[in-house]
Design a protein around this ligand. Structure first.
Ligand SMILES: Nc1ncnc2c1ncn2[C@@H]1O[C@H](COP(=O)(O)OP(=O)(O)OP(=O)(O)O)[C@@H](O)[C@H]1O
Ligand SMILES: [Mg+2]
Length: 367
């Protein structure tokens, strides 16, 4: 039996009652859950309600035979990953070739021993499980890479800006900014450390560790990293946040993935000399943080797909700033992990619309 929490479900498709009984009995005794269908058409019907982990399929059947059913399964995305093992008679070996051509992974003779059938079933279930695990791990690795690239851009950009400016300035000027540079460098290191931890936690099936974070201080730190970007566009930044407000988040991601992304978006999609305002509103158990910009806003096609990676939402900013388009989907994942949520309102700028811009509301747990 496989090491797996859920009992694998196997669909046996054969028009012969005795074959269904014998094979079904054998699989049940081995601890599997078993479903039955008498031909291809009824198998397709049963697949509508439940997808099996593996299908054992007779080749010769009335109405729709095994080869046709297998071809149909392999042509559909939602069923193409289900391994199919063909059942065949000893004297019909030529049909085995047809079976493989239609996409089956293996075949067994109807007269084969229980041991052989079970060994093959186990092997293919294990292969399927390993493949699914690899796909999941690959997706997780990609996400970590996205966080790493996305969140290192701002601290590195800030350091680069300050050092570039320092070329034309005195040593004292640079010395005055040493603490700032150290703080910003620390943010970059925090991001790298976080990715290390997340990898470790993922291996252990864990998650983010949430703590109590002071909201005003988090915004101060985000502003420290983004100050140059505000200055370059001469954007007025106004935030009066009650210093006593604490929220439940993971600090590094809250500053580098959530706040920095909302603010860089607000800057990117605002024209020079515009305004960005942060305000907060608290109840006993939650804090709503609103970031309002008076920029170009979003058309509904972007707004509707804002949290989906790869939906062509990424535009260049009003000064040609580039992005990767990962910010919002990552941010949403983190907000969900904090037990919070996010709401967006946006109006596109046009000649007749003076009330344009974007409002991002973060609903966070108060601590
Ligand atoms: N405040 C905003 N005003 C106008 N458009 C916005 C705003 N925030 C997001 N958008 C739109 O949503 C898109 C996706 O934002 P997201 O943060 O996911 O990616 P990005 O900013 O393009 O790239 P990255 O975050 O990797 O730098 C943006 O490219 C932009 O088209
Ligand atoms: Mg962004």
């Amino acid at each position: 039996m496989l090491k797996k929490d859920r009992v694998p479900y196997i669909l046996v498709v054969d028009d012969s009652t005795s074959v269904r009984l014998i094979i079904g009995d054998m699989l049940k005794k081995a601890g599997y859950e078993v479903g039955f269908a008498v031909d291809g058409i009824s198998a397709l019907e049963s697949l509508q309600t439940r997808k099996p982990d593996l299908i054992i399929l007779d080749i010769m059947m009335p109405r729709m035979d095994g080869v046709e059913l297998c071809q149909r399964l392999k042509s559909k995305e939602e069923t193409s990953h289900i391994p199919v093992i063909f059942l065949t008679s000893q004297n019909k070996q030529e049909t085995v070739i047809k079976g493989f051509e239609s996409g089956a992974v293996d075949y067994v003779f109807k007269q084969c021993s229980h041991v052989e059938l079970l060994a093959r079933v186990n092997t293919h279930l294990e292969l399927k499980r390993t493949k699914e695990q690899l796909i999941k791990e690959n997706a997780e690795q990609k996400e970590l890479l996205h966080v790493l690239c996305h969140d290192l851009v701002n601290p590195l950009g800030a350091i680069n800006n300050l050092l570039t400016l320092s070329r034309k300035k005195s040593n004292e000027w640079l010395a005055d900014r040493r603490e700032k540079l150290l703080q910003i460098t620390q943010h970059g290191l925090n991001v790298i450390e976080l990715i290390r931890k997340l990898r470790y936690l993922e291996e252990k099936e864990g998650g983010l560790i949430l703590t109590k974070v002071n909201l005003k201080q988090a915004i101060d730190e985000s502003y420290l990293i983004l100050r140059q970007q505000f200055n370059q566009k001469e954007i007025e930044f106004d935030y009066t946040i009650d210093e006593s407000l604490n929220v439940q988040v993971e600090k590094t991601t809250f500053i580098n993935s959530v706040l920095n992304n909302i603010l860089t978006n607000a800057i990117k999609f605002s024209h020079p000399k515009s305004r960005i305002i942060i305000s907060s509103h608290a109840t006993d158990d939650s804090v709503v943080l609103t970031v309002r910009d008076y920029g170009i806003g979003m058309p509904s096609i972007i707004l509707d797909n804002l949290f989906i990676i790869g939906k062509g939402r990424s535009r260049t900013g009003t000064a040609g700033e580039r992005g990767t388009g990962f910010g919002m989907p990552l941010m949403k994942n983190f907000m969900t992990a904090y037990g919070g949520s996010i709401e967006i309102w946006s109006q596109e700028a046009s000649e007749s619309n003076k009330n344009h811009g974007t409002k991002v509301k973060l609903i966070l747990k108060r601590m």
